[in-house]
Design a protein around this ligand. Structure first.
Ligand code: MG
Length: 400
């Protein structure tokens, strides 16, 4: 094994989630290239303990201070330092010994540590959508200033990255006409509006192709996930919503495409397994083994494509409109969805109500320009309160 100093030191934010697990699987295949510098989790102490014993990071951060205390107790006598809260997360994502940060905390909670990693000029593997959806301008400005390398590991954005013209520092928009962002269409692709109104959380939580966390799975079923990805793509690749077409592709084999001025369309294909985009982004511009088998085209001879229906899936329309408005509109969209989705999982609102609550928030709260994090957090909080209040009002109305 090469000396420690030549290996890339990786911080995994959100280590106990599904992206975290995929990342650690890829890293464990390349112990000669990578070492785990730090891990973070929200509050799953036991899962974190397992990971700490297996990967022996220098730091382990629990977002929840009480969980941090428990973990510290269990790790007593080891060399692993336990930290907590936002402070701990920012410490491990901007630490000078860390080379690469995998940003896979789900939701708005991932924003600040991700921004810290970008400001510190790290190689940042971006899985946290909210960082760009809420603070795209701040994130991209910070990357430009620090020279951070932003590499998307969301499968679609990673595919787009792979299909765009490559440069030494990333990709460029040269000779390119459009991005074709693919969507699986989710489990209710063929459901009528009436059926969609009666969708249960149990059914929505079963995604046909990808194994993901609860929030992302519901967002995939409502196509909000695709809307957030469209916003993300606008920032990452410096384009407008008009330069992106969403294409429904139920088999999730083509992960996205780029069409060129000469009529060429480049697609990135592969088995739906997050380890492929993660391995790509870890090693770019090199290629390493990800543990994913090569695609067998003969077993996937049927690839189909169709247009999305924004009448049945209004979340996609709302996200596109928010991207066009810009400023804090996408922050409002995201915050409203983050409140509405758990309310749906808890059966306090219906599936179609997710979009209604998001639309209501977008209409009620005026979008303003994003100048600093405070503006974002203020808007985020105001939106959450408005949606919570609206949901409790409807819930009371139903129960009486
Ligand atoms: Mg995706």
């Amino acid at each position: 094994m090469p000396p420690q100093s030549t290996r890339t030191k990786v911080t995994v934010l959100g280590a106990t989630g599904s992206i975290g697990a995929s990342t650690l699987d890829v890293l464990s295949r390349h112990k000669d290239r990578y070492e785990v510098f730090a891990l973070s989790a929200a509050r799953s102490v036991d899962s974190m303990l397992d990971l700490c014993l297996r990967f022996k990071p220098q730091f382990a951060v629990m977002a929840d201070p009480f969980a941090a205390e428990l973990l510290e107790e269990k790790l007593r006598g080891s060399d692993i330092k336990v930290l907590s809260g936002d402070e701990g997360l920012c410490f491990i994502s901007s630490h000078e010994s860390c080379d690469c940060v995998v940003a896979s905390i789900v939701g708005a909670a991932g924003l600040v540590p991700t921004l810290h990693a970008v400001e510190s000029g790290k190689r940042v593997l971006l899985a946290n959508k909210e960082a760009l959806v809420m603070a795209g301008q701040l994130m991209m400005d910070a990357a430009k200033k620090s020279g951070a390398l932003l590499l998307p590991i969301d499968s679609e954005h990673n595919a787009i990255f792979q299909c765009l013209p490559q440069t030494e520092s990333g990709v460029e928009w040269r000779g390119v006409q459009k991005i074709l962002l693919t969507a699986s269409g989710g489990p209710f692709r063929q459901s009528t509006i009436d059926e969609l109104r009666r969708v249960t959380p149990e059914r929505a939580l079963k995604h046909p192709n990808w194994d993901m966390g609860e929030k992302v799975t519901i967002d995939s079923a409502s196509l909000m996930n695709k809307g957030l990805e469209l916003i993300e793509a606008c920032w990452l690749f410096g384009v407008t919503p008009q330069q992106i077409d969403v294409v429904v592709h139920p088999q999730s084999i083509v992960h996205s495409m780029v069409s060129y001025d000469d009529g060429s369309v480049l697609a990135q294909m592969g088995n739906p397994d997050m380890r492929t985009p993660i391995a790509h982004a870890l090693a770019w511009p090199e290629r390493i083994d990800s543990g994913v088998a090569a695609l067998d085209l003969l077993t996937h001879s049927q690839l189909s494509f169709e247009a999305p229906d924004t009448n049945r899936f209004p979340c996609l329309r709302l996200a596109t409109e928010a991207a066009e408005v810009g400023g804090t509109a996408t922050t409002i969209l995201n915050a409203a969805d983050e409140i509405a989705v758990p309310a749906f999982i808890e059966e306090r609102i219906g599936f179609m109500d997710i979009a209604s609550h998001v639309e209501n928030a977008l209409q009620k709260i005026p979008a303003v320009a994003v100048d600093c994090l405070e503006t974002l957090f203020e808007t985020d909080l105001k939106t959450r309160e408005l949606v919570k209040e609206a949901i409790s009002r409807t819930t009371v109305a139903v129960s009486t």
